[in-house]
Design a protein around this ligand. Structure first.
Ligand code: GAR
Length: 219
């Protein structure tokens, strides 16, 4: 059965675009059925509309607290019969019932090698700036399941990216973004094949790795 996917966004939406492309051409056994944006200025909204995907903007400032906000997200997910939620540059922290109802069914993308450069307030360019200031020679991308913490859930896939001597926030962000456009689809594809299991804090990929040619076809 094709999984029904909701993508939650706050900004550009390049990862949303990638998922729409790869579900649309059958590389991933799922359909992006719903996009939820946290603000009306997100360019991702335009991308979703261009593809004819239903978009709902839910602005947290219109709710009395984050639990009410997340409950209204949950309501939308239920309305659309969603199987899998992807946080693709979604800058709000999920809390409350949605975490229980979607346990091990919410995937987050983060632009560093967790547990480095993550947690509250660490998102987007802030992450790359902190990496450059630290002098680290390597950063990367993490795709993980969401739990009640911030960037603390079980890790599905990670990929290292070197930090180059002349890197700026912009050049590093661009190389990270290229890796994200491969790593997130790999994780989503595995989920849609029912191959991901969480045992304690570890994510087991049933049938071993996922090196079956999919990564190559993304090059
Ligand atoms: C991505 O780089 C993603 O890792 C980051 O936001 C960007 C969204 O890009 N997410 C975080 O920093 C979450 N902590 P996109 O809007 O072009 O898909």
């Amino acid at each position: 059965m094709r999984k029904r996917i909701a993508v939650l966004v706050s900004g550009n939406g390049s990862n949303l675009e990638r998922l729409v492309e790869l579900t649309g051409n059958g590389s991933i056994n799922g359909t992006v059925s719903l996009v939820i944006a946290s603000n009306e200025r997100a360019f991702a909204i335009e991308r979703a509309r261009d593809h004819g995907i239903d978009v709902h903007t839910l602005n947290s400032s219109e709710y009395s607290n984050s639990i009410c906000y997340c409950d209204s997200i949950l309501e939308k997910l239920d309305d659309y019969n969603i199987d899998l939620v992807i946080l693709a540059g979604f800058l709000k922290i999920l809390a409350g019932r949605v975490l229980d109802n979607f346990k091990d069914r919410i995937i987050n993308l983060h632009p560093s090698l967790i547990p480095n450069f993550c947690g509250k307030g660490m998102y987007g360019e802030r992450v790359h700036r902190a990496v450059l200031e630290s002098g680290m020679k390597e950063t990367g991308v993490t795709v993980h399941f969401v739990d009640e913490g911030t960037d603390t859930g079980p890790i599905i896939l990670q990929k290292a990216v070197p930090v180059l001597v002349n890197d700026t926030v912009k050049t590093l962000a661009a190389r990270i973004s290229e890796v994200e456009h491969r790593l997130l689809p790999r994780a989503v594809r595995l989920f849609c094949q029912d191959r991901l299991r969480v045992e304690k804090r570890r994510v087991i990929i049933d049938g071993g790795g996922d090196e079956d040619g999919f990564t190559e076809c993304l090059e």
